[in-house]
Design a protein around this ligand. Sequence first.
Ligand SMILES: [Zn+2]
Length: 280
Amino acid sequence: MQQPHQAPLPRWSAPPAVTASIGLHALAVGSAALAPETLWWALGGIGLNQLGLTAAGLWPRSRLLGPNWTRLPAAAAARRQFALTLDDGPDPEITPRVLDLLDRHRTRATFFCIAAHAQAQPVLLREIVARGHDVQNHSHSHRHHFALLGPGGLAREIDRAQQVLADLSGVKPHCFRAPAGLRNPFLDPVLHRHGLHLVSWTRRGFDTVSHDVQRVLGRLTHGMAAGDIVLLHDGHARRGRGGQPVVLEVLPRLLAHTAALGLHATTLRDALPPRGHDAH
Ligand SMILES: [Zn+2]
């Protein structure tokens, strides 16, 4: 099995916003203990701080809760590369058609797979890898309340997915994308333990929500540039007015657009160094 992380990881250190929050909590407790009349100010400060951390977790492209790749590294952008990422598969109906489209356009993509779906479609998962694409971790069960899980719940979702995806594909994921991009301050230490990068996106099409092919395409192509990470879905796909999954109509047009811009698709495995060896 391929092991992307040869050197031991440096120790996890809390991001500045989390360190500041811990300090603020200590200050509030100390202040309320020494001067009880400040209790309401202390509680108010803690409440505002919690609101801030929650807001950061609900903002998928935020870096306040830890490192978060929203674009490829500068070296990949300089090579005029972009990354096409497809979430929520593998899906027995749509993923094979996506794979055929990618072959036709000689494009390699990164599939953020739900491990439970991979367990149900092991042959399809291996097919993704056999056709030159990259498989990464999108949690085990894609729980809707993922961002509300504590350290133990997050670890179970991520550990299990790492195990399943590595066993089935033969390659250990080194990137993680949170379900719906939502998370909380307990996530980064778990990702660090596995050497996983958190990867969100530069632009997304909302193709699981919108059935309007032109609008989905417009969201992806407007201002598109080298270094972009774009997000579509081969699972949970919305169907367009003609009954065709939106992703299958958007993908060829998107790839025609990237070709016209002179961009080349790369995978996250090729573009991102192992965690701990990157300059953020
Ligand atoms: Zn998802």
